[in-house]
Design a protein around this ligand. Structure first.
Ligand SMILES: [Zn+2]
Length: 234
């Protein structure tokens, strides 16, 4: 439902390919370390401080080299994603059309780092708690984890950086408002307290998670409508 440009067929192929790769390198539980996957597959990773883009891969499967930039050295989650993406490019080249290779490689990164079956199980077990999932899938950013959550539950995920809207995505099959009063309240409460906050009224439930780093305050909200609300609007 959230797969915009690549079709269902490619999405399934990518998922299957990710399963095979993880099996092949003997990773059977999270977290998935993309460096380890690359190494087990015989891919060499070079860190190039001069590289302007995030990364690229040099073709040939067995002799492949992945080059990643060293920008944001503290952001190891970004490097993990970049490497997982490049593994995608190497393994999907020739299997999907060149025109969708980039998009399919992003999908591959998500499926390598947050494999469908594991993630679905853990998301349900944690009742879709972003912070709990982040502890399990420690190599993946809160942003990518929260986006993956939308594939397994009807909800809205909204990300604010220092109080400003950064991204809002919904998995509901109907249009949602740009914001709800309870969401604004939750954003304020999380920003002020630095704690996870849960608010609900008769219509919606909002959970807010703080992702604060030094003086950077990111808040992610998960919003759900009550059952009757969903059924009455479908
Ligand atoms: Zn790429």
């Amino acid at each position: 439902m959230l797969r915009s440009t690549v079709g269902q067929e490619i999405a399934e192929l990518v998922e299957q390919e990710a399963r095979v790769l993880l099996e092949r390198v003997g990773i059977h539980s999270p977290p998935v370390d993309a460096f380890r996957v690359a190494n087990e597959l015989g891919l060499t990773i070079q860190i190039d401080p001069m590289l302007k883009t995030r990364g690229y891969s040099r073709k040939r499967w067995e002799l492949g080299t992945i080059v990643v930039g060293s920008k944001n050295p503290g952001k190891s989650e970004r490097k993990q994603f970049t490497i997982a993406h490049e593994i995608g490019e190497v393994s999907l080249r020739g299997k999907v059309e060149e025109a969708v290779l980039e998009e399919a490689s992003n999908l591959m990164a998500v499926n390598l780092l947050l494999p469908r079956e594991w993630f679905c199980r853990d998301a349900k077990a944690s009742d879709f708690d972003l912070l709990e999932l982040k502890m399990i899938y420690s190599t993946v950013s809160h942003e990518v984890i929260s986006s993956r959550m939308l594939e397994f539950r009807l909800m809205i995920i909204t990300i604010f950086d220092n109080g400003k809207l950064y991204r809002r995505k919904s998995s509901y099959p109907f249009p949602v408002r740009t914001s709800y009063p309870l969401e604004r309240q939750c954003l304020m409460d999380v920003t002020a307290s630095g704690k996870k906050i849960f608010l609900s009224d008769e219509k919606i439930r909002v959970t807010g998670w703080p992702i604060f780093w030094q003086d950077w305050k990111r808040v992610i909200l998960g919003t759900e409508f009550d059952e009757w609300e969903v059924s009455s609007r479908q």
